[in-house]
Design a protein around this ligand. Structure first.
Ligand SMILES: [Zn+2]
Length: 129
């Protein structure tokens, strides 16, 4: 069990910038990080080269499934205004991927982001510099 999820401000801001640039389509990215004791620190945004950007969340590319354990979290955007909540397709995807998941809703500010576990349950996270 993890105790706290931390995400670097720069990584999260990069993801939100991606969401803004991709709007009104969905932006999808991965966050790389590491575990320190029971905490997880996400430090870097990775954009999967073959991920599909599509308003339909059910169309995740199989290439998007990460190949190593450094990838700890997913991030995607919803073009509709908040609060950010996982769709049914998102929940399926979360369960398959495991780990942590961020969803940002329009207009993609730091306050428009929610984090979820693999069951789609909202979890707390902290932004660190
Ligand atoms: Zn979604």
């Amino acid at each position: 069990m993890f105790s706290m999820l931390y995400v670097k401000r720069k990584a999260l801001e990069s993801a939100l910038q991606g969401a803004k640039e991709t709007y009104p389509d969905e932006f999808i990215g991965l966050l790389r990080g590491e575990d320190k004791e029971k905490d997880t620190f996400l430090t870097e945004l990775i954009i999967a080269p073959l991920s599909s950007y599509d308003e339909d969340s059910s169309s995740y590319s199989p290439y998007f499934i990460p190949s190593n354990t450094m990838e700890k979290a997913t991030f995607h955007s919803h073009p509709s205004p908040g609060p950010a909540k996982p769709s049914r397709a998102d929940r399926h995807f979360f369960a398959r991927f495991g780990c942590f998941h961020f969803i940002a809703s329009y207009p993609f500010g730091l306050g428009d982001v929610n984090a979820f576990d693999e069951k789609g349950k909202q979890i707390e996270f902290a932004i660190v510099d």
